[in-house]
Structure formats: C-alpha cells, structure tokens
Unconditional design. Sequence first.
Length: 170
Amino acid sequence: MDLAVLSELTGFDTESFLPELSGPIPETLTTTVGRGEFAVVDLSAPRFCEELADVGPDFGLVGRALLGENFDQAELRASFATTHQRAVIVANMEIGHKWRGAAYGLLATELVLGELGRCADVAALFPMKPGLEDLAARDASARALADYWGRIGFAEFNGIMAMQLPVPAG
C-alpha cells in the first residue's frame, strides 16, 4: 500500500496514524484503537436516573442532567422531541494515544449513535478529560472538548452536551 498516496487522499499522515499498513498486510488485521461506553436509557422508567448512577458516576451525572432541575425532564422536552422516550448516553470515549488526532473518537461515536440512535430521541454526554485535578486545566479541557463534540452536532444542554437523534443520513 502506498502510504504517501493514502495520506494525500485522506488528508492526514497515514504513516503516523496507521503504522500497521507500512509493511506487508496480513489477511486479518486487528488493532485496538480505543474504547467507548454507551447506554440506551428508557426515559419513561421511574428509576432510570438511579439505575444509571448504579452503573457508574459518568452515567449518573448525565442522567441527572437529563432529568432536570425539577426532576420532570421539562428542560429536555423543551429542547428535544422525545417521541421514543429513549436516550443514548456516551459515558466514555477514549482513543489510544498513537491514534489520536484523526477524529476517530468522533467517527466511532457517530457510527454507534447511528445504530443505537435509530429508536432514540437524544444523545447526551459530559465532556471532560478524566483525571484532571487542576480547575483551570479542567475548564480548558471542557471548552476544547465542547468544541470537539460540537463537530458532530452536540450542543450545550443543562450542564452537559446533547444532540437530537436519530442522526440524519448523509
């Protein structure tokens, strides 16, 4: 495979992002690019928020934001059509260090939302890089991640980010 041609066609340095392609390619190539955690939530379930918190703190935080200030989903219904009463929560999307910079996290998330979001109304996430203790670093990271997730349609909503589903084809 000519990596220089592939780099020109794709618009990014394939030698850096696809090192496995620099030698002979086996019939099956398997590599771990990253890891993501998603959940489909029934917003009409009376205890959906508690159940999400039991799964993990990231899920619980997003669930509380969807539930809203008065615990009645008023903000959610005012901002999004909620016909199916389902939400897809992106609790974690982390791309391995050597694969970063080519928007694989956005691509993977968009593909998952395209599938899981067919019968859901909204996708939601909390944009934060795990492990940051310094408040200034957390704020800077949150702003950068808000811009990042905004590239596929997420917008600020009630302290988190959300977008209407299903994802439009195209």
